[in-house]
Design a protein around this ligand. Structure first.
Ligand code: B12
Ligand code: SF4
Length: 477
């Protein structure tokens, strides 16, 4: 069967010029599903939309005349995914359209334009749907993760009891890689001309239950890992076949500690030399493990800091809410080993007032992450935050394309335009603060080899602050 898989991203791209400059990462979801379908004998084309318009990609897909099109989207890109799917159905009514990704977590039916809706990991359901299209088997209600399909005779959506089941990571082939050239990052340690990036997955899932996050709705606290020998083999392949020298570990959270330790030990023992970054959780990694991470090539950790007081952290169900002091300790520990820290911070909490923004800034200056990303608290469909916000009547915005963490969606008592300015000012004040600049100068004094990458990043930030005043300073995490 002929299959096209597309990662829909155009709206975000067009709206925010920074996304074309800050970071573009490969669409690992469709790369994984594509490899699995190829392994099962299908002919797969991958499309990463980026700056191409919807009409352009529809034209491309129609010219391929696929039997099935799988669309991967987040909430902000759902309207584009729907427009693309509808146009495909109009041009090729026989082609099946399948929706997957994170927006589906809030859906029980097939929205117009889609024939199948899949929740959670997509490899097994896509294999089964293609097989169903080919042979009429297996029964649709036995397909893992399939939550709705369109009845071919009535054209109506049929909801089925969704049995979200994880793919076995051990048996999945390595992703079908798109060409590297389009992928880059402006992060510290990665903005050098010789950086060649690839994303990789070591495990899937997360043991935590933050109220704004989609991951717990898929994995329900489960966290599984790949065989590290296979991971090392994949890294060797990426180095030799694609010239990759920097890895972005895309696991929702890299951990727990025992897994990190054995991965780092394996990597060191294998003799593979590569730089890598990952998502970490405050309060979960001991000093000796951070040292091991640095030794094995870790050059950046992303810490979700999220708030500047314990009550708000508790509201967000953060595991370290009772130990807020741990944030500064963990950031300092990583930095002491030469690891850059990207701090994720959220504004637009129900607890926010104009006064709390003063505290946010002071807190961030004290913690001083090397890079900062400030997002608006966004109630993604399917999350506990969404359910509560609906109940409390806090949802201001129903246009899904605004659900990109760059727009205020929740009514927290501060007018939305004021909140936008407060966030912008938080960015500007942090990135022009004496504390941030001094911290970086101290890093350079201690590790002169970091000077080029740090100066590139600060130049990038200075330009962004000047040119894109109305946009977020950086995009993504
Ligand atoms: C790594 C990551 C990123 C990376 C890469 C994003 C990318 N485009 O792939 C970066 C840092 C760039 C990023 C940026 C953003 N991200 Co992000 N990111 C993640 C993270 C941590 C892991 C995603 C991942 O790569 N997993 C590995 C791959 C293999 O798995 P996967 O994507 O889940 O795909 C599997 C299934 O979802 C499913 N599936 C996916 N697509 C399809 C399609 C079909 C047809 C089928 C059947 C199945 C299927 O099958 C796949 C394989 O099993 C998640 C989760 C989290 N806890 O934070 C958030 C997450 C996806 N991000 C999120 C958001 C909001 C963003 C931003 C908008 C934030 C911002 N303002 O910067 C941007 C958008 C950038 C963009 N244009 O894509 C949200 C999305 C929520 C939503 N409902 O929309 C998530 C879920 C976090 C959350 N808040 O819960 N992100
Ligand atoms: S720790 Fe990260 S991935 Fe896990 S639930 Fe919280 S925000 Fe989501």
């Amino acid at each position: 069967m002929r299959v096209v898989l597309i990662e829909v991203t155009a709206a975000h791209y067009r709206r925010n010029p920074l996304s074309q400059m800050a970071r573009v990462l490969e669409p690992l979801a469709i790369e994984y599903i594509g490899a699995y379908l190829e392994q099962n004998g299908h002919d797969v084309t991958l499309i990463h939309q980026l700056d191409e318009g919807n009409e352009e990609v529809v034209e491309k897909i129609v010219s391929i005349r696929p039997d099935m099109v799988g669309l991967s989207c987040m909430t902000y890109s759902f309207p584009d995914a729907q427009a693309i799917a509808s146009a495909i159905k109009q041009a090729l009514p026989e082609t099946a359209t399948v929706l997957g990704g994170y927006h589906v977590l809030g859906l029980a039916d097939c929205p117009p334009g889609f024939d199948f809706v899949v929740k959670g990991e997509g490899e097994l359901p896509c294999r089964d749907i293609v097989q169903f299209l080919q042979t009429g088997r297996p029964n649709l209600d036995s397909i893992p993760g399939l939550c709705a399909y369109r009845d071919s005779e009535t054209g109506l959506s049929v909801s089925i009891k969704c049995n979200v089941m994880g793919a076995s990571l051990h048996t999945l082939p390595i992703p079908k890689r798109l060409p590297r050239e389009r992928y880059f990052s402006m992060s510290m340690g990665e903005n050098l001309p010789d950086t060649r990036l690839a994303c990789i997955v070591i495990g899937r899932g997360c043991a935590f239950h933050c109220d704004f996050c989609c991951t717990p709705q898929v994995f329900h606290g489960r966290h599984g890992y790949r065989d590290f020998d296979k991971v090392i083999a994949e890294i060797r392949f990426l180095q030799s076949q694609h010239g990759v020298n920097t890895l972005n570990i895309r696991d929702e959270t890299f951990g727990p500690e025992s897994v990190i330790r054995s991965f780092c030990q394996k990597l060191l023992k294998s003799g593979v030399r590569i730089k890598w970054r990952a998502f970490a959780v405050v309060g979960t990694v001991k000093p000796e493990t951070v040292a091991l991470m640095a030794e094995s090539g870790c050059h950046m950790l992303f810490y979700g800091i999220e708030a500047s007081d314990p009550d708000t952290l508790r509201l967000r169900r953060k595991s370290f809410a009772g130990h807020i002091e741990q944030i500064a300790k963990d950031v300092a520990l990583a930095q002491s080993h030469g690891i850059f820290v990207r701090g994720g911070f959220i504004v637009g909490h129900e607890t926010d007032t104009e006064a709390t923004f003063v505290r946010h800034l002071e807190f961030l200056k004290e913690v001083h992450p090397d890079e900062l990303y400030v997002s608006f608290l966004t109630p993604f469909p399917g999350t506990p935050l969404f359910t509560r916000a609906e109940k409390e009547g806090r949802i201001l915005e129903r246009d899904w394309s605004k659900y990109d963490c760059e727009h205020p969606i929740l009514n927290v008592g501060i007018p939305a335009d004021e909140l936008v300015l407060l966030r912008q000012e938080l960015y500007r004040k942090y990135y022009t603060s004496r504390e941030w600049r001094t911290h970086l100068e101290l890093r350079i004094a201690k590790r002169p080899e970091e000077e080029t990458t740090i100066r590139r990043y600060t130049k990038f930030i200075d330009e962004r602050l000047n040119i894109f005043n109305s946009f977020a300073v950086a995009n993504g995490s």
